[in-house]
Design a protein around this ligand. Structure first.
Ligand SMILES: Nc1ncnc2c1ncn2[C@@H]1O[C@H](COP(=O)(O)OP(=O)(O)OP(=O)(O)O)[C@@H](O)[C@H]1O
Ligand SMILES: [Mg+2]
Length: 586
């Protein structure tokens, strides 16, 4: 007798269920997706014990007539595709006809549905895949599905479920994501009696974002089209001082997707502007013709395959890069209670407003106010010459007022007062200039009259000498000098020779700390950041008004001008509104 036999249907269904349904959250995802495909405008989700005990999803969608209600529980029964060709351009979230039979085969399952416009509905009960009853039933138009004791008949799977809290968290993550993706649909999630999400239908993504996350001025909008693809959404600004980690939501053609190409492009975009390690908050929507993406490549549809992967990478990287460059400077909020009555501000603080020019009104030259024109102006100075287009500039034209404590530049623009960290601003400017120059040539070098000899720990020494070639592009010449030492014969012209020692020690430390398999561009970026940091004006350093103007002017012509290469903010702004509010003028 042969050794092969056909598996009984119920066992085959349970195995299939193992692929489609990983945990309670995947049941919720499948049921909500069905409701969305059925054109629901409101979806109500209830979960008990993280969904392990009970999941209920109610919708006001199209519903099903009695025949469909029976059919939907059979495997490979679907209303969404009918021919092989349909697979090439899937417009619905579901397409396999597997979710409901899979879920019903591993739970106590109840379906109640009434087709729109129909007099009565149908209720079907299923236990572990076996239909127990089918009866006519009342109830509103739409569909209600209840899934109790998921995996009760598959102890091997049930054992792997996490704590109620962890399952509940995952479940609410899915509901949040689907809610973000479908603002026109209202969602409610009640978990163990607590209302977690309750968002009525709205007309735009930004309204939905507001419902879910509150006022998020710190997010930057992205919107870019390229080659038939559109990417839009909101992402964390660079200068954000809060957590460096946040939810990363990526949707392709309105599906929740985890995609390595996109994830990589996101990190790439952030790393262009800063070395700070982060996993930034993003809510990104990529839309493309359905024949450009295969959605039928993953058992829970969590992944997709792009026809033109590199095009997707480029779009995401460029769209985010541009948007980040446009991120706003963080705004300061004033608290009047900080100013104690009877303690007037000192009229003059040593070192404050050093070299300030105190212009009394905002009066920028006409031409400089145009976007792209370089419009940092000295009051009463001749008109600023037209500078080359500054496509990134996020900094408004400013009038410098002076320097505070030899560390901060104080300036005003037409809508606010700005406090600029002189070191961080100059560092950003220099970093950008260095990176620009490196794309075509090496930096200018200066030969040291007397070569410097540095003693360094072995690992750091090896890191420096190992990157001698990269360092040479910056103008550094370093070589082994026997024993614990290295010899430096030349350094970048933009560094003060007094800085040589400290700059190289910092570089040695940075390079040693970096991953050995590091890409050369990343090493260059690290060297550029450290060089810029050492070449930039320091805090507690008096600046002339000319130098202040120069830094502000350069800053406006610089990409990503609101954040330094290490991720620190360059400037803070107090808006006119904030000032007026605090003086009770509005
Ligand atoms: N909430 C609902 N409202 C109306 N019809 C539904 C609903 N849920 C399921 N159906 C019907 O039942 C069918 C089977 O659903 P099921 O989720 O098993 O498969 P699918 O959505 O077609 O594909 P997939 O397995 O990829 O999800 C659907 O094609 C749809 O016609
Ligand atoms: Mg489905």
């Amino acid at each position: 007798m042969g050794r092969i036999s056909r598996l009984p249907d119920d066992l085959a269904n349970q195995i299939a269920a193992g692929e489609v349904v990983e945990r309670p959250a995947s049941v919720v995802k499948e049921l909500i997706e069905n409701a969305i495909d059925a054109k629901a405008t409101r979806i109500v989700v209830t979960a008990e014990y993280g969904g392990k005990k009970l999941i209920r999803v109610e919708d006001d969608g199209l519903g099903m007539d009695p025949d469909d209600a029976r059919l939907c529980l059979e495997r490979h029964a679907t209303s969404k595709i009918s021919r092989a060709d349909d697979l090439g351009a899937i417009m619905t979230l579901g397409f396999r006809g597997e979710a409901l039979p899979s879920i019903a085969s591993v739970s106590h399952f109840r379906l109640r549905t009434r087709a729109r416009g129909s007099e009565s509905g149908t209720e079907i009960r299923v236990n572990a895949g076996i239909i127990e009853s089918v009866v006519e039933a009342g109830g509103p138009e739409g569909t209600m599905i209840e899934v109790a004791d998921v995996f009760y008949n598959l102890p091997a799977r049930r054992k792997f479920l996490k704590s109620d809290a962890a399952e509940a968290a995952q479940l609410s993550r899915f509901v949040t994501q689907l809610a973000l993706c479908y603002p026109e649909v209202g969602f409610t999630l009640t978990s163990s009696g607590r209302k977690i999400i309750s968002v009525p239908p709205v007309t735009s993504l930004s309204d939905r974002l507001y419902q879910l996350y509150g006022d998020r001025q710190d997010l930057v909008q992205v919107d870019r089209e390229f080659g038939g693809l559109r990417l839009h959404g909101f992402i964390a600004a660079l200068a954000e001082q809060g957590p460096v980690r946040g939810p990363q939501h990526v949707f392709v053609n309105r599906r929740i997707v985890k995609d390595r190409t996109i994830a990589h492009a996101i990190l790439d975009a952030y790393s262009v502007a800063t070395n700070k390690e982060r996993s930034p908050e993003v809510h990104l929507f990529l839309d493309m013709p359905p024949d450009q993406v295969d959605v039928n490549v993953h058992p829970t549809k969590a992944e997709v395959r792009f026809k033109e992967q590199s095009q997707v990478h480029q779009l995401v990287r460029h769209a985010l890069g541009d948007a980040l460059g446009k991120g706003p400077a963080p705004e300061l909020t004033l608290r009047t209670s900080d100013v104690l009555p009877g303690h007037p501000m000192q009229p003059s603080i040593p070192g404050s407003l050093h070299g300030g020019s105190f212009p009394s009104r905002w009066d920028p030259p006409e031409q400089s106010w145009r976007p792209g024109a370089n419009a940092v102006v000295a009051p009463s100075a001749p008109q600023a010459p037209e500078a080359p287009q500054a496509p990134y500039s996020t900094v408004r034209p400013m009038i410098a007022l002076g320097q505070f404590r030899d560390t901060f530049i104080i300036a005003m623009d037409d809508e606010g007062l700005c406090i600029i960290d002189q070191h961080v601003a100059h560092e950003r400017v220099l970093f950008e200039r260095i990176m620009e120059k490196l794309t075509t040539e090496s930096l200018e070098s200066q030969r040291l009259l007397i070569p410097a000899v540095l003693e360094l720990p072995p690992a750091e020494r090896a890191a420096l000498v190992g990157k001698a070639e990269a360092l040479a592009r910056f103008g550094f010449e370093v070589e082994e000098f026997g024993g614990d030492s290295i010899k430096v014969t030349a350094m970048p012209a933009l560094l003060d020779p007094n800085q040589c020692d400290s700059a190289l020690r910092a570089l040695a430390e940075d390079l040693e700390g970096l991953d050995r398999g590091l890409r050369i561009e990343d090493a260059l970026k690290q060297i550029a950041a450290t060089t810029a940091c050492h070449a930039a004006v320091k805090a507690h350093y008096p600046l002339t008004l000319e130098k202040i103007h120069h830094i502000l002017e350069e800053l406006r012509a610089t990409a990503y001008s609101t954040v330094c290469p290490h991720g620190r903010p360059v400037m803070l702004r107090i808006t006119r509104r904030e000032i007026e509010k605090n003086f009770d003028r509005i």
